[in-house]
Design a protein. Structure first.
Length: 81
């Protein structure tokens, strides 16, 4: 159970690093290398955890992405009418 929590924290920080990479200079973007190193570090640490944890976490993140996509699609279609 502990590794699932660790993976969720790493996923959170990976998303935060990916988001930081998209910032503009006016938004206070750090040097480009900082979020890249952070994202790579999170990925390496996440993949070093047990395989079962990697699979479960990937499934949970995939289901979350699917849910998000479905909700956006439904909202877009209902707005178009």
């Amino acid at each position: 159970m502990r590794t699932l929590r660790q993976r969720r924290v790493l996923a959170y920080y990976a998303i935060a690093n990916a988001s930081a990479f998209t910032l503009t200079a006016q938004e206070g973007r750090p040097p480009r290398a900082v979020p890249v190193v952070g994202l790579v570090g999170c990925a390496v640490l996440a993949l070093s955890l047990p395989a079962t944890s990697v699979i479960c976490s990937a499934a949970v993140l995939g289901l979350g992405a699917l849910w998000y996509g479905l909700r956006r699609t439904i909202a877009y279609r209902s707005h178009r009418r």
